[in-house]
Design a protein around this ligand. Structure first.
Ligand SMILES: Cc1cc2nc3c(=O)[nH]c(=O)nc-3n(C[C@H](O)[C@H](O)[C@H](O)COP(=O)(O)OP(=O)(O)OC[C@H]3O[C@@H](n4cnc5c(N)ncnc54)[C@H](O)[C@@H]3O)c2cc1C
Length: 486
């Protein structure tokens, strides 16, 4: 009996239909598994594939294209940006922690494409530049707040200007590999599936989807809460400030350009929980809410975070689905807490949320070098540094020695066991405390410039990542205005 007749007979007999709408029969031996039919996919060829147009990926793609490589970036959302436009408070940090160390010279450690992006944003009212912290400057010396929507547009435009082929709304769904070399990736979009072949690959997906599918070794420590952060509109920031001041509770504070006017509050939060009324503190604790926030606009506070601990790693789809709902319930409770308890928020509403929850780390890929916490605190530099960095999220308790910098070595971006794959962003550094430094946005961006540049150089000469002479990479990075201290 042919398949169609068989299905029709089953339907007429009223039995369950063992046929999917694809026309394939369910395997009767292993009914819980479905064998997908092999099919031919259209192919395109590039020099470099950047997976993920987030914090690191945008910079990596621009860097690669500026080296002359035919570059494609693949992003599952409809815009570039990633967690920098969804999770954080401010961009930590382009500078060393000079304010915490009297006598130490102020130095802009991260320059190159990351600084170019922020300078362009600032010029069009989409960022505060590098506003000096007035309080808590032993945590960070400067505050760079952003307008998330202008950031997305700015990143899009810079990618286009560099000549990057930008694939948004496109998911990296598979990897084609022979031996230790990646040959291509499989993409999935509303247009269907396609294959991209390339010479060099950079995984900037945060979740390490490319490296993971390529068989790289990884850890999933599940050592952080997941988060959705909300932007609150209709907030009187000056009344909020006066309220905290009257309680002698101002913690983090920075002034900068807000809605076109200089010397306005652009970062504000209480010192610990002391500054807030008791009901607010106990309510916020129940929903994991952290109130420190930044803005570049009047009447708006950007990143009020709601945290939630998952029982398993955030790569678990079903637990994440439950968390997405729970976080949205908590966000409504959060805005009510502000309205009821804090002057200046009486008419507040949720103006923005992240389209999906954010993670601080998911999969951690094993690379040729794993940056240690001692490296960070001692301010170690390496013979293969690709940029330098000086921020630590646990300051003032833990800081880079003498307000200086440490180096990120090239090896920390090269995936162990794979010849032509780099990683950049939150997926490097297994030590939790060292990761409290390397995962920050500006570090991710610096990594992106290094990996994108290296990937393009390798592609131009058909080299594996370990065959690229460091001197060539260093020369290209210096030409790209990357700053080094040694
Ligand atoms: C709640 C929170 C608060 C934070 N606060 C700060 C802060 O105040 N200051 C600071 O400097 N840092 C902060 N961080 C850290 C920092 O924001 C992140 O570590 C950094 O942005 C991560 O950058 P990334 O490039 O690794 O990943 P992302 O920026 O997340 O980029 C990954 C991109 O890949 C895309 N993607 C994922 N999978 C696929 C796939 N299969 N196919 C195609 N595309 C895919 C994603 O959509 C995303 O755009 C915070 C992080 C969180 C979660």
């Amino acid at each position: 009996m042919d398949r169609r007749k068989f299905s029709k007979n089953i339907m007429l007999s009223g039995l369950a239909i063992p046929v999917l709408n694809t026309g394939f029969e369910i395997d009767s031996v292993e009914p819980e598994l479905f064998k997908e039919e092999a099919k031919k996919l259209p192919v395109r060829n590039f020099d470099v594939v950047i997976a993920g147009a987030g914090t690191a990926g945008v910079i990596a793609a621009i860097a690669s294209a500026r080296q002359g490589a035919k570059t494609i970036v693949i992003e599952s959302k409809g815009y570039p940006g990633g967690t920098v436009v969804e999770g954080g408070t401010a961009l930590h940090s382009f500078y060393n922690l000079w304010k915490a160390f009297p006598g130490v010279e102020k130095r802009q450690l991260v320059r190159g494409i990351p600084a170019e992006l922020v300078d362009r944003l600032t010029a069009r009212g989409g960022a505060t530049g590098y506003a000096e912290m007035q309080r808590a400057y032993d945590y960070d010396s400067v505050c760079t707040s952003i307008d998330t929507e202008i950031y997305k547009l700015n990143a899009f435009e810079m990618l286009a200007e560099a000549g990057v082929n930008v694939c948004v709304n496109t998911f990296l769904a598979g990897v084609i590999k022979t031996g230790k070399k990646i040959k291509g990736v499989i993409l999935e979009s509303h247009a269907g599936r396609e294959v991209i072949y390339a010479k060099s690959f950079v995984d900037c997906t945060g979740y390490a989807d490319l490296a993971g599918k390529a068989g790289a070794a990884y850890l999933e420590p599940n050592d952080y809460d997941v988060v959705n952060s909300m932007g609150l509109g209709n907030v009187d920031i000056e009344r909020y400030y006066e309220f905290l001041k009257s309680r002698n509770a101002i913690g983090q504070l920075a002034y900068g350009v807000r809605s076109g006017k200089p010397n306005q509050i652009i970062r504000i939060g209480a010192e610990g929980s002391n500054g807030y009324p008791e009901d607010f503190v106990s309510g916020a604790r129940k929903i994991g809410m952290s109130a420190i926030s930044t803005t570049v606009h009047d009447n708006y506070l950007m990143f009020i975070k709601i945290n939630l601990k998952l029982p398993v790693s955030p790569t678990n789809r079903d637990e994440v689905a439950k968390a997405e709902l729970e976080l949205r319930k908590r966000m409504q409770k959060g805005v009510e807490l502000f309205k009821e308890n804090i002057p200046g928020f009486e008419r507040a509403f949720i103006a923005r949320t992240s389209p999906s929850l954010c993670i601080r780390r998911g999969r951690l890929i094993t690379c040729d070098y794993d940056i240690t916490h001692e490296n960070v605190l001692n301010g170690d530099h390496f013979p293969d540094d690709v940029f330098v960095y000086g921020f630590h999220d646990m300051a003032p308790r833990l800081k880079v020695k003498n307000g200086g910098s440490y180096g990120i070595p090239y090896r920390a971006l090269c995936v162990k066991g794979i010849d032509n794959l780099y990683v950049s962003g939150m997926m490097i550094t297994s030590d939790h405390n060292a990761h409290m430094s390397t995962r920050n946005t500006v570090s991710c961006m610096g990594q992106g410039q290094a990996s994108g540049t290296a990937a393009a150089l390798c592609a131009s000469k058909n080299l594996g990542s370990r065959e690229l002479p460091y001197s060539e990479l260093r020369k290209a990075l210096e030409a790209g205005n990357v700053y080094f201290e040694s």
